[in-house]
Write a new protein. Sequence first.
Length: 294
Amino acid sequence: MAIPDDMRAHLASGSTTLCRAWAITRRDGAQFGFTDHDCDLAFDGLTFRADTGLTALQLEQATGLSVDNTEALGALSAAAITDADIEAGRYDEAEVQSWLVNWAAPDMRWLQFRGFIGEIAREDGQFRAELRGLTDRLNQPQGRIYQKPCTAVLGDTACGFDLATPGYAVEAELVAVREAQTLTLAPQPGFEPELFTRGVLRVLTGEAAGLWGAIKRDLATVQSRQITLWEPLRAALAPGDLLRMEAGCDKRFETCRLKFNNVLNYQGFPDIPGEDWMIAVPRREHSNTGGSRR
């Protein structure tokens, strides 16, 4: 990223008043500012706190499409980044911006790094977070996959289904919980059994608010509705917490057509031949006209 002219002149002056500042924006929208200066800074509507103990290690940057990498090292505290929030996954994939700032005139700054948090390690009351540059995304596979199941996520732009449609989502209070994985709710008579299997459970209130889990099983009885998650949530749940359950999809063509009436947006290829067709050979007892094998 190009150095602004005023910053370049300040660096060339031989007498500088510089510090570093970081902004972390979590996926739930929460934003935090940190600085290694001995006083708080403020710009872009965010206060960058000086009492957090957050520092940055060596920043590696290169021209072209090379991946930028650095690390952040800091102390865990109740006022800033907490061990509980890291354990709950609230900082996974959080966006990070890092500036070199003239603390005497914060409007004079240079955005040096922009990326997201990768792996986080915690020990002895501290954390070490790997910061990955934007070009790291280019290492991930892109493009469509030709397969029978649908490749869309229910409710995303490719799917187009509106999960606010009545009958496909419900909010209910938690009655009981076992190991943060098996949840008991009041009966939901307006929703068919297994409707939420392979769906999503979102926590709306309580200590785990903002977290979500994939639903493994949806068991409906006269007395209760029991939801089992594939993995335990990484924060405590308590009776009375408000939960939202969204319908599940098994990615089959029939499910898209009959359960969601959304077949025009189906993102799979249901008529693709199977592996048996690829190794099939002509036989005398069958017609070899090139027509349907069904």
